[in-house]
Each structure stands twice: as structure tokens, then as C-alpha cells.
Design a protein around this ligand. Structure first.
Ligand code: NAP
Length: 291
């Protein structure tokens, strides 16, 4: 069993990006600048945004955090987005999801300039991704592809089962791995909450991407020997033994699945850190576009 170490791989990637930034600066080119908008005080969202800002500092990017109160109106948020769209110093920006209920998420994502949409959520970029055209790939699927590539996990001709069809993880993952590309060329089955006999489907999988958000859902009896397992899930599970009162659990029951796996990602330290590294990569790409 080989651990797909997302922490180490993301650190390698960050070092590569940092070296690129040093080179850019020496050549008198612009320093990449990522902005993040956070609305409200959701604990997990604040943690994610802060780690993104910290990661920017680590690789030598400039970063701006726009921290807005919960009661921000949709109009005010759209105004902030318009400002970032027009700010020549900002190469890319993200709006941390989820947004408060009174704000229409789709309307907000549509307002972002596709050339600055480093999360890759704008319909123009989703369309380009689907058509195999160069674009910003959504960070989590992009990170999984990179992890598979760097560990030379064979995907061509393999049976891949993706659990979860969300717009940010499951669906793009299924599209990307079915494409003619590195870490692609797979035969992909996309499953969701209406899928019947899921266990029978996962038992036939060479590679499983679990992205459903249910702690320790995938168990050893649901997988075959030699499977590769990518665990995307991050759920806070109550744990009184921890100082913060919870632990982070993946969608995979690691203890029963790992012994049957050829490759497996841990939680934490698997897909999570890769997601942040790929956001930085997309920001660098956005900056290079305007050189
Ligand atoms: P989401 O939007 O809640 O989507 C969950 C998907 O799982 C839905 O398609 C749902 O089906 C499906 N599902 C739910 N229960 C199921 C079941 N019993 N069997 C089969 N499918 C089931 O979730 P998401 O945003 O994709 O996130 C998934 C998990 O990944 C969460 O834990 C999230 O925190 C984590 N995440 C991690 C990262 C990272 O960087 N590591 C990034 C993003 C998300 P329906 O469509 O039928 O409802």
C-alpha cells in the first residue's frame, strides 16, 4: 500500500511555484496577486480562506482578503466583484463558498471575469474544460490529477468510479478522467445518492474517487484488492478527546480500505493540501496570461 502524500506533493509544487515567482521578479515581471472574498463567519470557510492567504505568502504572491459581514447584500457583493474584475493588479480571485442563503451563488459566480476565475467555476471555464480547451481547471479535481500523475498511477483503460456529482468535485472529476489526457483515458462511472447497488459498482472499480461528504462511508467490503482510493471528503466529527472538540474525517474508512489498496490518500494530508496548491498554480497561470 502506497500513501499518496498530498502534503509532500503540494509542498513540492509550492516550491516550484515559489521558484517561478523568484524568476519572474528577477526578470522585472509582475508578482502574482490572488484575492479572496469571504462573506460571513462560517468556521470552516474562515479556515480555508486563511490557509489560502497563508499559502500565497509562502510562495511569494501578493494576496488580498476581503472580509465581508454576513449581512452583505447581493448587490454589495456584486459591486466588490466588479471592482476586482477591473483591478489590473489582481490576477485572479475567488469567492469562498458557501455563501449566505440570501445571496444567489450562481449569479455571483457568473459575475466573475472568466479570465480571473481561478476556481474554474464560471460557465465559460466549465464549458472550456468540458471541450478539452485550455482553461482554469477547478482546484480539487486539478489537484487529484496532479497527484495521480506525480505518483504515476495508471489510469488509462481503468474503471474509475466517482461517488458524488457536485459541480466542484464529482462532475468535473468524471469529465476530466474520461478525457484523452494524462491521468485520464479512463472508463468512468459517476454515482450519486440515487445510484442503486453502489457497493456492486465500487467493488468493480480500479480507482475510486469518494466525494460525497459522509464520514467513513466507503468501507473495506465495498472495494476490491489492489484498488486506488482518492478520499476527497472532509467532515468535522465530534470528538471530545480533541481540544477543538472535533476531528476531520474523510469519506473513506481508512483502516478497512487501506490494507486492500495499492494507492490511497489520507485525510488530512491528501487531497486538501493539493487543492490549495492548484489554486496557486491557476493564479500563476492567470498572471502569465497577461505578461
Ligand atoms: P456536495 O455538493 O454535498 O455533493 C455530494 C454528492 O454526493 C452529491 O452528488 C450527492 O448526491 C452524493 N451523495 C450523497 N450521499 C450519497 C450516498 N449515500 N451515495 C452516493 N452518493 C451520495 O459535496 P461536495 O461539495 O462535492 O463535497 C464532498 C466532500 O468533499 C465534502 O466532505 C467536502 O467537504 C469535501 N471537499 C473537500 C475538498 C478538498 O479540498 N479536500 C474540496 C471540496 C470539497 P445527489 O447529487 O444525488 O444529492
Amino acid at each position: 500500500m502506497i500513501i499518496l502524500d498530498g502534503k509532500k506533493t503540494s509542498n513540492d509544487l509550492k516550491e516550484e511555484i515559489a521558484a517561478e515567482v523568484v524568476k519572474r521578479k528577477a526578470e522585472g515581471k509582475k508578482t502574482p496577486h490572488l484575492a479572496a472574498i469571504l462573506v460571513g463567519t462560517d468556521g470552516a470557510s474562515m479556515t480555508y480562506v486563511n490557509s489560502k492567504v497563508k499559502a500565497c505568502e509562502k510562495v511569494g504572491f501578493n494576496s488580498t482578503l476581503i472580509d465581508l459581514p454576513e449581512e452583505t447584500t447581493e448587490e454589495q457583493l456584486l459591486h466588490e466583484i466588479a471592482e476586482l474584475n477591473n483591478d489590473k493588479d489582481i490576477d485572479g480571485f475567488i469567492v469562498q463558498l458557501p455563501l449566505p442563503n440570501h445571496i444567489d451563488e450562481q449569479k455571483v459566480l457568473m459575475a466573475i471575469d472568466p479570465d480571473k476565475d481561478v476556481d474554474g467555476f464560471h460557465p465559460v471555464n466549465v464549458g472550456k474544460m468540458t471541450l478539452d480547451l485550455p482553461t482554469f481547471l477547478p482546484a480539487t479535481p486539478f489537484g487529484i490529477l496532479e497527484l495521480l500523475k506525480r505518483y504515476k498511477v495508471e489510469t488509462s483503460g481503468k474503471n474509475v468510479v466517482v461517488i458524488g456529482r457536485s459541480h466542484i468535485v464529482g462532475r468535473p472529476m468524471s469529465i476530466l478522467m474520461s478525457q484523452k489526457r494524462e491521468a485520464g483515458d479512463a472508463t468512468v462511472t459517476l454515482t450519486h445518492s440515487r445510484t442503486k447497488n453502489l457497493s456492486e459498482i465500487t467493488q468493480k472499480a480500479d480507482i475510486i474517487v469518494a466525494a460525497l461528504g459522509k464520514a467513513e462511508f466507503l468501507t473495506g467490503d465495498m472495494v476490491k484488492e489492489g484498488v486506488t482510493v482518492i478520499d476527497v471528503g472532509i467532515t468535522r466529527v465530534k470528538d471530545e478527546t480533541k481540544k477543538r472538540g472535533y476531528r476531520l474525517a474523510g469519506d473513506v474508512d481508512f483502516d478497512s480500505v487501506a490494507p486492500k489498496s495499492e494507492f490511497i490518500t489520507p485525510v488530512p494530508g491528501g487531497v486538501g493540501p493539493m487543492t490549495i496548491a492548484m489554486l496557486l498554480k491557476n493564479t500563476l497561470l492567470a498572471c502569465e496570461k497577461v505578461d
